[in-house]
Design a protein around this ligand. Structure first.
Ligand SMILES: Cc1cc2nc3c(=O)[nH]c(=O)nc-3n(C[C@H](O)[C@H](O)[C@H](O)COP(=O)(O)O)c2cc1C
Length: 201
């Protein structure tokens, strides 16, 4: 897989479906992305059936080629209740000998303090950063499996919860990633030069 050769692909071979087994592998590999306190706030809805795709259609701004030809439209959400799974994550880490129990206790105390403060803005920003990393990982993992993707921000963020049946207050939409077997090359796109984006100090 050549990472630097990824391009947004908007047209896929409709005859190539991705099995549920492989989609699950792709998601589990995607989840190897790093996240703040390892809370893994990413949640995905994988839209694969024609029926579910039809429900998604009115929520899209354009992006119809991806909808109609992809093997799946993967909607990524940031879970604002991510800390509910903290104990599960850290217990497992302790069980597997990956984390000393006292570190778990310390982390749980930190989390309880954070939950009490309930700074929704901070929670949302931190989760969106994590989910952005997951989205990028998903695009690379897809290539590793021989597929291509297109990140899609062009959808109605108010309608999307009804389409997928998730709670609006709890889950913040991040983006949709279409995935499938490429049926086009995609087009090269310009990147800004070093000096416009970075400096060495
Ligand atoms: C957050 C985000 C939202 C995007 N939304 C769309 C979209 O709605 N439709 C689309 O065709 N491409 C979308 N793109 C793809 C960009 O247009 C594309 O990444 C950019 O032009 C660079 O091209 P490349 O991905 O081929 O390198 C989006 C990309 C990102 C990161």
């Amino acid at each position: 897989m050549k990472l630097l050769e990824r391009r947004s692909i908007r047209l896929y071979d409709q005859d190539v479906k991705i099995s549920e087994k492989e989609l699950k592998e792709i998601i589990l590999e995607t989840n190897l992305a790093p996240s703040s306190m390892n809370m893994q706030p990413w949640r995905y809805v994988l839209i694969t059936s024609d029926e579910a795709k039809e429900k998604l259609r009115p929520a899209l701004y354009g992006n119809i080629k991806q909808l109609e030809t992809s093997a799946a439209m993967i909607v990524i959400f940031n879970d604002l209740h991510k800390f509910e799974l903290a104990e599960k994550i850290y217990d497992e880490a302790v069980e597997q000998g990956l984390m000393p129990p006292e570190v778990k206790e310390k982390q749980m105390t930190n989390i309880k303090n954070m939950v009490q403060k309930a700074d929704l803005d901070k929670l949302n920003i931190s989760g969106m950063i994590d989910c952005g990393l997951a989205a990028m990982n998903l695009m690379y993992v897809a290539r590793e499996h021989g597929y291509d993707t297109c990140p899609i921000g062009g959808f109605n963020h108010e309608l999307i919860h009804d389409v997928v049946g998730l709670d609006k207050e709890r889950y913040t939409p991040v983006m949709i990633v279409s995935i499938g077997k490429a049926a086009e090359e995609g087009f090269p796109s310009v990147r800004l030069p070093f000096d416009d984006t970075a400096k060495i100090i």
